[in-house]
Design a protein around this ligand. Structure first.
Ligand code: ZN
Length: 384
């Protein structure tokens, strides 16, 4: 794929905001003029592909705070989302979003489902697994339908011996046994994109993330275990827990090559994946190859966006809020266009440091229905 020279994405973003306002005006005009419902000449192509016709579940979001536009935008997309907790430890304190998510879910019970989480803090304590199981048991009762583990397993947490704690650590096994018994799947963001272990490559969609988060740019930290070590631990964990459904977030950190993801899906029947924040890797690969991957594994791929709302509304200006709405609209429609259309277009996502030329995957309505909805209903055991 040819990558266009980087354009200032802020500029693109505000140009897009202008476009959104223009579209809103055009739509308002067309209503006033009583245009026939079949006439879509003033609706952007991505919207004319009936985005609303398929009920959707975004399996990977972090909407910690409400926004005036949030539920309205989700309704317009016919979309529910799963609120995913990422448990971190910062300066000795546990950082979580669980209470915010509980409040959001209470307010909109049919819009949001919940994913709990835990990390390796305290793993040397003999009661560690027991206390995590107690926490998860409580949160499952409160509504958690999935449990997330993050890249701090493998890359950040060390035990008392100074060893990095990998996800197949024997001390975690009672937790996996508990979750498989409770029929609760695990969402696993283990490892990072391969770029983390390589020198910065400005063509890579992740280069600005690692520039801005150097603590995860493993290339600069030789003490962090190698990519292959972390992937091998993840694979041993998958093999050791055949009854536990493990959903690899970010395409299992193998998004640079869908063949690598396919190998694991073939090897581990308990493995599923979602592409949140990895569309930049997909659009760089041959769309025929990626479409074949989605076709072949249509029952084991879910839709995820990884969109974050991290600040309360009170901390933001009107412009920030309008920008957030335009961002969400843009990203979700761009994903839909990539998955559903057969067009060649510029994948100009505001989360990416550059524009990539790509071609839509042209997935059938049946496959879109599975990826956007049915597979998530099964995974989360939702009643629809
Ligand atoms: Zn995420």
């Amino acid at each position: 794929m040819v990558a266009l020279k980087k354009t200032n994405w802020y500029l693109l973003f505000f140009q897009y905001l202008g476009l959104v306002l223009t579209i809103m005006l055009l739509n308002a005009c067309s209503t006033q003029e009583g245009k026939k419902s079949g006439d879509k000449s003033d609706i952007p192509v991505e919207e004319s592909r009936d985005i609303k016709n398929i009920a959707k579940i975004d399996i990977h979001t972090h909407y910690r705070f409400d926004r005036p536009y949030l539920v309205e935008e989700l309704k317009a997309l016919n979309m529910q989302t799963t609120l995913v907790d990422v448990v971190r430890t910062e300066a000795g304190k546990e950082v979580r979003s669980w209470d915010n998510y509980l409040a959001m879910q209470k307010q909109y019970p049919n819009r949001f489902s919940l994913c709990s989480g835990f990390n390796a803090d305290g793993i040397d304590d003999p009661n560690y697994a027991e206390s995590i199981i107690e926490q998860l048991g409580k949160e499952i009762k409160e509504g958690a339908r999935m449990v997330k583990v993050w890249k701090n397993f493998g890359m950040v947490h060390k035990d008392a011996t100074g060893a990095f704690i990998q996800i197949d650590d024997a001390r975690l096994q009672p937790i996996w046994d508990f979750l498989s018994e409770a029929n609760i799947p695990v969402m696993a963001h283990i490892g990072e994109p391969l770029q983390a272990w390589q020198p910065i490559d400005t063509l890579n969609p992740h280069h600005s993330y690692f520039k801005n988060h150097p603590q995860y740019h493993a290339y600069q930290h030789p003490e962090i275990p190698h990519y292959d070590t972390i992937m091998a631990a993840r694979d041993r964990w998958l093999a050791k827990n055949p009854k536990l459904t493990i959903m690899g977030a970010h395409l299992g950190s193998m998004a640079h090559d869908v063949d690598e993801v396919a190998k694991r899906l073939d090897q581990f029947p308990n493995f599923m994946v979602e592409p949140g924040a990895r569309f930049g890797d997909l659009v760089r690969q041959d769309s025929r190859k990626v479409a074949a991957f989605f076709n072949k594994y249509q029952d084991r791929i879910l839709y995820g966006s990884d969109i974050v709302i991290s600040q309360p509304e009170s901390e933001l200006s009107k412009e920030d809020i309008a920008g957030g709405k335009a961002f969400m609209h843009k990203v979700l429609h761009l994903h839909w266009k990539y998955l559903s259309s057969d067009e060649s277009f510029d994948f100009d996502s505001p989360v990416l440091p550059r524009i990539y030329k790509t071609k839509g995957l042209n997935l059938s309505k049946e496959i879109l229905q599975k990826i956007y909805h049915d597979n998530a209903v099964k995974l989360l055991n939702l009643k629809q």
